[in-house]
Design a protein around this ligand. Sequence first.
Ligand code: BEZ
Length: 221
Amino acid sequence: MENQEQQEFYPMPRIGDQAPDFTAMTTKGQIKFSDYAKDKWIVLFSHPADFTPVCTTEMSGFAQRKKEFDELNTELVGLSIDSIHAHLGWVSNVKEKTGVYFDFPIIADLDMKVSKLYGMLQPNEAETAAVRAVFFIDPSKKIRLIMYYPLNVGRNMDEILRALKALQTTDKYKVALPLDWKPGDKVIVPPPKTLDEMEARNKETGIERIDFYLSKKDLKV
Ligand code: BEZ
């Protein structure tokens, strides 16, 4: 963008915020977000444009792994700044060419209302296309994790699913998770808060203790 002073800035939702509410038309009909998928997690993600190659690989990835999201009590909601007609044409074209069906709502955000609300429109990257954003939203509609990728780099579906499983694990077991954690790996033991707790930790058995502040244990599931 040439004139930075005239650039419009949009709010960026942050981790811990309530997910901004909106009503929008999707490929599965109109949704009011605050009423949508109650009691479920939602992965809300944007792509820059229909009928483009990287986006087609990404949407196909979400579609092919939708069952894994279902098993995690999670609904997928896509978005791009395209019309419903473009969405319908793209969905049916990909189904015809590859057999992959995008069986989840895709928001037609032609007026950019939702893109702006969620900081998906990042004008120094693109002025009229959403960046590749992923919002992980918990059943209370709180934003728990955000990813933003540029237009020319596709996301990683394994990492999206890993992050979702990690969030759900931290909620269920009230633990923290280390680098590269995946289900079945050890979890972080909360560090001691007093000298007595520290002494106790140093004598504790059955945990992997590097030092009093860095210990790991198996999750008893
Ligand atoms: C793509 O999905 O291939 C793409 C879309 C917009 C800009 C660059 C790449």
